[in-house]
Design a protein around this ligand. Structure first.
Ligand code: FES
Ligand code: FES
Length: 173
């Protein structure tokens, strides 16, 4: 058995140590927001946060995350509540600002890439609360093993969503 924390909950899994984290999340733990796009670290659809860092779950063996904390888009609301020390009453039903921004800006088209995009933007905004266009583009294109790809071409909306999320995270209306 391999133990890890997924979205704040301790989980123990039976998969063999070389099983990709993506398969464990989706097939064993039922966490479906990370998507299988390429399986080769070439698209970003499977991205999750390992601690504060975005990783590609499709190429990360489960053994590499033993004892560590994995966050998917499902866990972003609780992550935000913890970071902002929101009471349970205030946090109830509240989304993470990145999720709110994605809805406000109507970012997704087909949606398959968007969970990875939101994870990458969360990673960026936690480190850089007021990024420029160039910094957002750099984060989404050159900071990982490959660019985050959107075959629907929603890149302009993703940029708008990232800026809106940054505003919301800074507490601006
Ligand atoms: S499915 Fe992991 S990067 Fe494409
Ligand atoms: S919204 Fe369809 S691949 Fe990005």
């Amino acid at each position: 058995m391999i133990s890890l924390t997924v979205n704040g909950a301790k989980r123990s899994v039976r998969s063999s140590p070389d099983t990709p984290l993506l398969y464990v999340l989706r097939n064993e733990l039922g966490v479906m927001t990370p998507k299988f796009g390429c399986g080769l670290a070439q698209c970003g659809a499977c991205s999750v946060l390992l601690g504060d860092e975005e990783i590609r779950a499709c190429i990360t063996p489960i053994a590499a995350v033993e004892g560590k904390e994995v966050t998917t888009v499902d866990g972003l609301p609780a992550r935000w509540a913890r970071q902002k020390k929101l009471s349970a009453a205030v946090a109830k039903g509240k989304l993470h600002p990145v999720q709110e921004a994605w809805i406000e800006e109507q970012v997704p088209q087909c949606g398959i890439c968007q969970f990875g995009m939101m994870i990458k933007v969360t990673e960026l905004l936690e480190a850089n609360p007021k990024p420029t266009d160039a910094e957002i583009k750099t984060a989404l294109t050159t900071s990982g093993p490959s660019p985050h790809l959107c075959r629907c071409g929603s890149y302009a909306a993703i940029l708008d969503g990232a800026h809106r999320a940054a505003q919301l995270m800074r507490g601006e209306a």
